[in-house]
Ligand binder design. Structure first.
Ligand SMILES: CC(C)(COP(=O)(O)OP(=O)(O)OC[C@H]1O[C@@H](n2cnc3c(N)ncnc32)[C@H](O)[C@@H]1OP(=O)(O)O)[C@@H](O)C(=O)NCCC(=O)NCCS
Length: 301
């Protein structure tokens, strides 16, 4: 095969976005979103963003990134697609083998597909991309779990929380939008338990006003919620967290609704609550429904 693998060049952004839109049947990718996935990655490695060309035409793309998490080094395929008319010709295999060699020389322990903490497009393979499942199995990956995205119809309610907030105030708990100067305090709050959320919180603080809401007890932050910290502009919720001592008082629900209200005001029709663990919490608080399901795969190197 004479196809050539080269690294992504910034001037190819528009062409690559068009290529992905044509070849990802269940997703859409704007140029700004693609840029966020590439250069916006907190550990952006241009040499792992691989494009396969036939002459001048893009026929395949695979982006790899690395994360060091709790003593383990993870390599991820963050995005991949092959031009429809070039499938089953070994293009993805060639790209993956190239990427795996690079991961091996970087001493990666485990490779996963799509579910990249901090900056990801989707948290696993949507099984409707059946070819991608076949590809993963054939490349030696094993399925180890699922991830769910939930969806909220923003038009269903006004998401007003004034009354609930009044009730909390009696107990000394104040809920408000985070001020830009409170970024460090929010980051400090997540440092121990939720360090992997730092990047998304920082991204949400870029917005003016910040897409972050906080609850404080005696002026100390005890809970927060954020949106627009990943996949910006798509109505992407999260992360959020409440200190264990204050759980069960409705604080999380209020903070969640504040973000939904923001997203509605930004013109979104629906909000996506991605990679959800507490399905019952979101279903109960804001009538979120499970929308997309993703299968997670990994391969030990
Ligand atoms: C998944 C995808 C990237 C695979 O690209 P590809 O270049 O066609 O894959 P390859 O030709 O390198 O396939 C390598 C192996 O994977 C397996 N495979 C790939 N596609 C398959 C299919 N449609 N059916 C069965 N096996 C398949 C085969 O074992 C194949 O080897 P073989 O042909 O020697 O048997 C491509 O189908 C694609 O772009 N799909 C849409 C985008 C997508 O799903 N992205 C991931 C979203 S989560």
């Amino acid at each position: 095969m004479e196809y050539q693998i080269r690294t992504y060049q910034p001037e190819e952004l528009a062409e690559l976005a068009e290529f992905l839109n044509a070849n990802l049947d269940y997703d859409s990718m704007s140029e700004s979103l693609l840029k966020e996935k590439l250069e916006g990655d907190p550990v952006w490695e241009p040499e792992k963003a691989l494009i396969c060309h036939d002459g001048k035409k893009i026929i395949g793309f695979m982006q790899g990134v690395i994360r060091d998490i709790r003593g383990k080094r993870y390599g991820y395929i963050k995005l991949m697609a092959v031009e429809k008319s070039y499938r089953r010709k070994g293009v993805a295999k060639m790209l993956y083998e190239h990427l795996e060699r690079s991961f091996k020389s970087d001493k990666v322990d485990v490779v996963r597909i799509y579910d990249v903490p901090m900056n990801y497009f989707m948290p696993g393979i949507d099984p409707r991309y059946t070819e991608a499942l076949c590809f993963a199995i054939r490349m030696g990956f094993k399925r180890f779990g699922d991830a769910n995205n939930m969806v909220v119809n923003l038009g269903a309610f006004d998401w007003d929380t004034a009354e609930e907030e009044k009730a909390l105030k009696i107990h000394g708990i104040e809920v408000k939008r985070a001020d830009v100067h409170e970024k460090q305090s929010v980051l400090e709050f997540v440092k121990e338990e939720w360090a992997l959320w730092t990047h998304e919180i920082e991204m949400a603080f870029i917005d003016d006003p910040p897409s972050v809401h906080v609850a404080s007890l005696h002026r100390v932050i005890k809970a927060f919620s954020a949106h627009n910290g990943n996949n910006k502009g798509t109505g992407w919720f999260g992360p959020m967290g409440t200190h264990p001592d204050l759980r069960g008082q409705g604080i999380g629900g209020i903070l969640l609704k504040r973000c939904l209200k923001d997203m509605k005001q930004m013109g979104q029709k629906t909000a996506i609550i991605p990679w959800v663990d507490p399905i019952d919490f979101y279903a109960h608080s804001v009538n979120a429904r499970v929308d997309r399901v993703f299968w997670r795969y990994e391969k030990l190197l």
